[in-house]
Design a protein around this ligand. Structure first.
Ligand code: SAH
Length: 229
């Protein structure tokens, strides 16, 4: 198995979710990737099997307990496990295609899905969790974020994408957004495919695509052209 993910969640039935279909589904079937979902609640010890408690200092909502979560992490990732430990979190570093590629080259990941208001800060520190965000908005739980991260990782694993060429021009891979795509029919509601694309001139096609990429990126995501941090 090249990439093995263990997901800690209160909703293991949400996995593999959409990743059981299509490209990722076939990768899981072949064993190119594995996803194991483990219920955090299995590591609760009191008779109510409680995993959360009220926030210290007051306020709304509940917080995932550090002791229960630490036990779950230790059980699925004993000493010697070299996989990075990720915590899906809106406060995390935004996920990038570069981090996705890095993760895909590694042995896998242990992924913690938060719920409620989030998790106790002490377990983040004590278990060295890397907080990763999938965007500047708030989800009700980390599960869709974990599925999103895993989707992005699995599709770049060796042999997963059918056409080896596919992926090399894609958005973010080159630091730019991808050029527009066209396919048959030649005429759609009065709109033609740009002539250069059907000219048979590969060099002209390549130049057109580059120019389109650059223009789109300038217009929509000028931040991608700015200095890297
Ligand atoms: N009170 C928190 C939000 C908690 S949302 C705050 O204001 O920062 C509940 C859980 O959903 C989080 O613990 C996290 O695991 C997940 N989540 C929500 N938004 C996310 C995002 N943008 N990226 C990754 N995970 C997210």
């Amino acid at each position: 198995m090249s990439f093995h993910a263990t997901v800690l969640t209160l909703y293991p039935e949400m996995f593999p979710g959409h990743l059981g279909h299509s490209l990722a589904g076939r990768a899981l079937e072949r064993g190119d990737a594995g996803i194991e979902a483990v219920n955090i609640r299995d590591f609760a010890t009191d008779k109510h099997r409680s995993v959360d408690d009220t926030p210290a200092g007051g306020g709304a909502g509940m917080v995932l307990r550090p002791d229960v979560l630490a036990r779950a992490i230790d059980a699925v990732s004993p000493e010697g496990d070299t996989r990075p430990r990720l915590l899906m979190s809106p406060r995390g570093k935004p996920l990038t295609q570069a981090r996705v590629r890095e993760l895909a080259e590694g042995p896998g990941a242990v992924i913690v899905c938060g719920r409620f208001e989030g998790v106790d800060q002490r377990v983040i520190e004590a278990r060295n969790l890397e907080e990763i965000s999938i965007g500047d908005y708030v989800l009700s739980g980390g599960e869709p974020a974990a599925l999103t991260l895993l989707d992005a990782v699995i599709r770049v694993l060796p042999g997963v994408m059918g056409n080896a060429q596919s992926g090399t021009h894609e958005s973010f891979e080159t630091g730019l957004l991808e050029h527009p795509h066209y396919t048959r029919p030649q005429l759609f509601e009065g709109r033609e495919i740009p002539a250069v694309l059907t000219s048979g001139n590969h060099k002209a096609v390549e130049e057109w695509r580059q120019a389109q990429s650059l223009e789109l990126t300038r217009e929509r995501r000028p931040d991608l052209l700015g200095p890297k941090d």
